[in-house]
Design a protein around this ligand. Structure first.
Ligand SMILES: [Zn+2]
Length: 326
């Protein structure tokens, strides 16, 4: 499904072009039926090039021949427009009208993905990312650092605001090179300290770069995997979800620690995490668990990967949601 979006879009654009061309042909047919004169003008236009080449070869005054030719074309076009206007139709009535005039419904302008195609990709990625509507609106542009308190909760630590400022800086830096260096972050700390908020901002940033994002809780991830493995839920939907979890550009595993603790769930989670590390895909894990909790709760192979290979950032402060500001 992930790579199929490109095929899907290519087909969609092909259809659009076909439709636009077909509609133009129909309009032309109707116009010819109403006005045989216009058909005659079109015939004259389509044969004018050949006539001109003959005349040009024989002409003594080549410059004059070219001028004559240009005048003939312009007169024919004017006549055509006049005839259409007599029918109450605009001069471009029989031209192909593409939905996107920038790319003529090819999806590309000068070999670069057109605005209209980028929009479709972005919508698609939002669709599959599982991002809630409210989360969609969060971005680094609307990021208000002032919702984080500037009072120390611990004399040896920075204030929540200073801490968030530092994490935000690191994150933006990592996003800048995410194409070359996968970003693997572990965000840990109490509820309401801004982990989900920051994850949403990062997701939005990736989506704006036309990258695929999947945002799921650890609970959902293990449920999907277990149901696939044990209930033989091999529908297209579940297979697609699993592929997306493994192959998307950014996977956000929310609320690590809320999934069941049995060894099957553990091993499915390991599969996803490991497969993404091997294929160098970015993953962010957010959790209320501390490093000690992670070591206690997970098998050594999961804990060592998470604690050893992810850049850990501790979120501090009181629950900002309780103050009604996030
Ligand atoms: Zn376009």
């Amino acid at each position: 499904m992930l790579e199929n979006i490109y095929e899907k879009l290519a087909l969609e654009y092909e259809k659009k072009r076909d439709t636009a061309q077909h509609q133009a042909e129909n309009r032309l047919k109707k116009v010819y039926a109403l006005s045989p004169e216009i058909e005659a003008v079109d015939n004259a236009l389509s044969t004018s090039g050949i006539r001109y080449m003959k005349e040009y070869r024989l002409a003594k005054d080549k410059k004059q021949a070219l001028e004559n030719y240009k005048k003939e074309i312009s007169d024919l076009n004017q006549k055509r427009a006049d005839l259409l206007s007599q029918l109450g139709l605009p001069a471009d009535h029989t031209e192909v009208k593409y939905e996107c005039p920038l790319c003529s419904d090819t999806g590309f302008t000068d070999g670069v993905s057109c605005k209209c195609r980028n929009k479709k990709l972005t919508d698609y990625y939002y669709d599959i990312s599982n991002l809630k509507n409210t989360l969609k609106q969060q971005s680094f542009k609307t990021f208000d650092i002032n919702i984080f308190s500037n009072e120390k909760t611990d004399p040896d630590s920075p204030t929540p605001r200073e801490n968030m400022e530092k994490i935000r800086y690191k994150v933006i830096e990592a996003i800048g090179v995410a194409d070359r260096v996968p970003m693997n972050f572990l965000f840990y700390g109490n509820s309401g300290t801004g982990k989900t908020f920051l994850c949403s901002c990062i997701a939005g940033e990736f989506i704006n770069m036309e990258k695929s994002v999947v945002y799921l809780s650890a609970y959902d991830i293990t449920e999907i995997m277990l149901s696939y493995r044990f209930n033989k839920d091999e529908t297209d939907y579940s297979q697609t979800q699993i592929r997306l979890m493994k192959e998307c550009d950014l996977l956000i595993i929310d609320d690590l620690g809320t999934e069941s603790t049995n060894s099957a769930a553990n091993s499915e989670l390991f599969n996803i995490i490991n497969s993404r590390l091997n294929s160098e895909k970015s993953t962010i894990i957010s959790t209320n668990l501390s490093a000690g909790d992670i070591m206690k709760r997970y098998s050594e192979r999961i804990a060592s990967r998470i604690l050893g290979l992810y850049k850990a950032h501790k979120f501090i402060g009181n629950d900002i949601r309780l103050h009604g500001r996030a």
